[in-house]
Design a binder for this molecule. Sequence first.
Ligand code: ADP
Ligand code: ZN
Ligand code: ZN
Length: 713
Amino acid sequence: MESPSCPQCYAQVLGTRFKLLRQADTTQSQKSSRFVTAQSPEFTFACGNLRIARIALDVPVAKLFDYRIPESLHLAAGDCVWVPFGRSARLGIVVGLALRSELPLARLRSVLGPCESVPRLGSDWLGFMSFLAQYYQRPFGQVAAACLPPRLRRAQPLKSGGGESSSPPLSERPRFLAPHPLTEAQRRAVDRIASAFGRFQPFLLHGVTGSGKTEVYLHLISLAIARGCQALLLVPEIGLTPQLEARVRSAFPAARIALLHSGLQARPRSEAWLAAARGEAEIVLGTRLAVLAPMPRLGFIAVDEEHDSSFKQQEGLRYSARDAAVARARAIACPVVLGSATPALETWHNALAGRYERIELPERAAAGARLPEIRTVDLRADPPRAGIAPTAIEAIATRLAAGEQSLVFVNRRGYAPVVCCDACGWAAGCRRCSAHLVLHAPPACLRCHHCGAREAVPRACPVCGNVDLRPAGRGTQRVEEALLRLFPRARVIRFDRDSARRRRHFALTLEAVRRGEGDILVGTQLLAKGHDFPALTLVVVLDADRSLRATDYRAPERLFATLLQVAGRAGRRDQPGLVLVQTRLPGHPLYAALAAHDYAAFAATQLEERRAAGFPPFVHEALLRAEADSLEAALSFLRRAARLVPVPPGVRAYDPVPRLVSRKAGRHRAQLLFQSDSRPRLQRHLAALGEALGDRAPGSVRWHWDVDPIELE
Ligand code: ADP
Ligand code: ZN
Ligand code: ZN
């Protein structure tokens, strides 16, 4: 037993957790400061000498702040406190206690008081935050303190909830109502994963759509709860999949389930967060941000549809919730399951290398359910009318006659992606972004999908005066219009981000479609995820080829995942489903792999291409991104930044380039790519460069890191 009674024996007292925090601190140019993570309140009481609290605040400065602790207050690492900052009070997290500060004691301001509604945050959570701060090159305070729900940070603290919580006695643990007896394959998966309770082991649960992955998670959650643990289930977009929440609730009718996603109102969100943090919620179900919630008894993590790009946050702390989930599982020694029909190539690569254990669910779970048949429709031989090939029109008509539903998939919302002038070649563009304006109708208007700008449709071409402006290409609204014309008696329902703006309305419409209302659904990606439509037997995919021509090397991976997921909507029960993919490239290997439902073959060719080209997952990447009033300012900032610290051997730095959308909302954007075969080397270089850059940037320049970037826009 270490005896933490004397402030002289820091190193002894601190142990491994201190090292973690200390490291984070070092990267933030605080090398000289020493601090103590007191892990037990006894320690704080015993050592009256430590009257300085080192506090993490959500402010854009890479350091921790020292405050004096008033006599009456006993603090320990992980406590949330109110402190004065400038002229306002802020909520901060105590990360350590110290004997000395760089400032004389008399100049330190005092802690105002504890934030009683937030329980003491555990050292494993602080360690996890510290890991994220280091990995994603962001100040610790902006990671940890930024995790506190906005409502708690801003307003009066909620009423006190009684701090520490203990796990409920066994008899009171909520019952589990298994929806179905498990199939052989599901049983094996559950047993295998459950055997890893209590230790770190990542699993890839690779199962075709409808193979019963969700039920595997539910069983594992019940086992975790039976062990007195909390379980975390991450999903891509929960507000849009109310069905999943309903499934979890009916499997655990008496459990406390905390729902966490950014669409929640401030109050339910902070209540759910507190329920997680106090250990009261047995299950936390949420989107990427849920991975950041403190959970003192966390013992099992599942990430559903782990390949989904919405797990990557694209602003602030640019973390991947999937990777963070694995890091968190490692830190607390518990199993983590990544589930998907089309795993991210990074994940697949990890499984092939043996870092993740792969478990296959090769068949659909429900008795008699078969995978849909996937066929290409050659648009060269079968020229489309209003974007839809005669073969597809006929297939829809057959479903209509049989009273079955069809889904037409178009991955663009709006009426037409461009409005242009055939006489001179002009196309309507956004004034503030390097992007075309999208035509929306009715009432007709032009909108920018990057900055949200709206404009009236010009009556004539502003360049040549031609009054015949033409919408080019097709979005969901235009396809809806075409379908209504082709099938005047059909009930056509459109789903996209515009029609889903009101969540409740969206949920009700989904429910109605599930009951069999609606004949033809037109939808984007939104419809691809996790919805189960029993009467849907046909899926028509309109413009898949576009992704194959994209410059982004991840486009084929995303296309394959989306198409297989959309295909998974067809024929969920006893009716076999049919998927028609319209294309001008019917011989493309991607479509052949798709038709064979052969993810492994697809992944093998993609990985080979990436290996040859030197792309991730064969190298590690990070971007230094800058934006400024002019492109030249952004580029020259990056050029100078690149020279601040010599690039060490084993790390490659490329020339700064404008981003794909080089201007967004009036700001010019550029980026500088770093690559390395060695993650630690890359990390060290980023940290050194970050330190050299400091907190300042010249003039209008703003910069940030994006580690493991996925969007190349
Ligand atoms: P996935 O998450 O892999 O897409 P789900 O767990 O949603 O699969 O299951 C797909 C369908 O199969 C659901 O309708 C579910 O109720 C059903 N199902 C899952 N497991 C079983 C089982 N063991 N027996 C019968 N039906 C099952
Ligand atoms: Zn013109
Ligand atoms: Zn714009």
